[in-house]
Design a protein around this ligand. Structure first.
Ligand code: BTN
Length: 252
């Protein structure tokens, strides 16, 4: 069980914005419902367990109660909608930076916003935009990884790499601070976010195979461009792929 009293003692400013549930279908859906009723920027929905947790591209997100953190944050951007995809990048950079600053976790962002440690997935982000808000949903493995049959992607938990006893209350406090700091900063300027993303980009320099439309393609990741697109070098031709291009990296 998530200890609300402990969380309130660590970060009272987040506690007042937290809506906690033992169980929900999906924290993203509940955050969406609350935001539709006027829920403010920075409102957080946390659940110990999700009956129907969702991942990107229609995948499910499975986690046993108490193993990790499942939460969603309501974001009400000031920027025009054309720039809202930056929020998902900012969330990944914010969480990874916070984990590295607090626990030297050597976490990285697998573009666009998966959280990787030692080449394995430690968390994922599902950002969903509505008419006037974005819901940023985060699943983070803290003590254990999802059941082995759930995904073919190798997984890791934060607890496996951090040499101190963790509490989910402390981890949530740290990652919320990091996520919100980066989201608010990217409203002011995108350059700082890009610099950090390039530093912690897991894919840069790696050979990748990826699905683009109906095609399976291959190339070496050359970096991230000024718009936050992934640059892939395919036989000397560098192509930028946007988050909207829905490319899917295979086998990493
Ligand atoms: C991914 O890697 O595919 C993204 C996973 C996002 C999972 C989180 S768990 C909390 C929030 N609620 C959901 O239903 N999904 C996100």
């Amino acid at each position: 069980m998530f200890n609300l009293r402990q969380f309130a003692a660590i970060v009272p400013e987040w506690y007042v914005r937290l809506h906690y549930h033992d169980e929900l279908d999906s924290t993203n859906d509940e955050a969406h419902r609350l935001a539709s009723e006027g829920g403010e920027h920075g409102l957080v929905v946390l659940a110990d367990h999700q009956r129907a947790g969702r991942g990107r591209r229609g995948a499910s997100w499975v986690s046993e109660p108490g193993d990790g953190l499942l939460f969603s944050v309501v974001i009400r951007p000031d920027s025009p909608k054309s720039k809202w995809s930056r929020m998902a990048l900012a969330a990944g950079v914010g969480i990874v930076t916070a984990l590295n600053e607090r626990w030297a976790a050597q976490a990285q962002v697998k573009w666009p916003n998966d959280i990787y440690i030692r080449g394995r997935k430690c968390g994922g982000i599902l950002a969903e935009a509505s008419e006037d808000f974005v819901i940023v949903g985060v699943g983070l493995n803290v003590f254990a990884t999802p059941p082995a049959d759930h995904s073919t992607i190798p997984a890791i938990s934060l607890g496996e790499v951090v040499g101190e006893t963790l509490s989910r209350e402390m981890v949530l406090a740290v990652v919320l601070d990091g996520l919100m700091r980066e989201i608010d900063a990217c409203e002011v300027g995108f350059k700082g976010l890009l610099l950090k993303l390039r530093e912690i980009c897991y894919l840069t320099g790696k050979e990748v195979r990826f699905v683009s439309g109906e095609e399976i393609r291959a190339g070496e990741v050359a970096g991230i461009d000024a718009q936050g697109n992934l640059l892939v070098n395919e036989k000397g031709v560098i192509t930028p792929y946007s988050q909207a291009a829905e490319i899917r990296i295979i086998g990493r």
